[in-house]
Design a protein around this ligand. Structure first.
Ligand code: 2BA
Length: 108
């Protein structure tokens, strides 16, 4: 079994979650914040069988879009503390996905 941690844009999270649950996947949604832009994003936890990982990836790819976002010099602890830091454009998403091995799962 695998646990996928998928970090997605807030705007894509509802449609991606719905598409996953429609296909029978179990999803948990966490409100998270990116350390670079310091803006909210969404982390989806998806526990699934090894052979279903590709299908999950396909669904995420379909619904999670790459966007351009501008850094805020005052809001990001990565760049904001420097006086001369200027706003700059970065590509964000569609999804950053970590696939972890799961030793055991219990539903009690
Ligand atoms: P943020 O940390 O807010 O990063 C937003 C975007 O800023 C990133 O998009 C990337 O284009 C850029 N970026 C991030 N860190 C950077 C750095 N140190 N130097 C230069 N540019 C940087 P994505 O790569 O698509 O990441 C979207 C969000 O996914 C991230 O939001 C973060 O919450 C998460 N993420 C991405 N990679 C991660 C990783 N290796 N570990 C943990 N979280 C990650």
């Amino acid at each position: 079994m695998k646990l996928l941690l998928a970090i997605v844009n807030n705007d894509d999270s509802a449609v991606a979650s719905s598409a996953l649950t429609e296909k029978g996947f179990f999803v948990t949604k966490l409100s998270t914040t990116g350390g670079f832009l310091m803006v909210g994003n969404t982390t989806l936890l998806i526990g699934t069988e090894d052979e279903s990982v590709d299908e999950v990836m396909k669904i995420l790819k379909k619904h999670c879009v790459t966007r351009k976002q501008v850094t805020s010099p005052t809001a990001s602890f990565g760049t904001g503390l420097k006086k001369d830091s200027l706003p700059r454009e970065v590509n964000v998403g569609g999804a950053t996905v970590f696939v972890l091995n799961v030793e055991k799962t219990f539903k009690i």
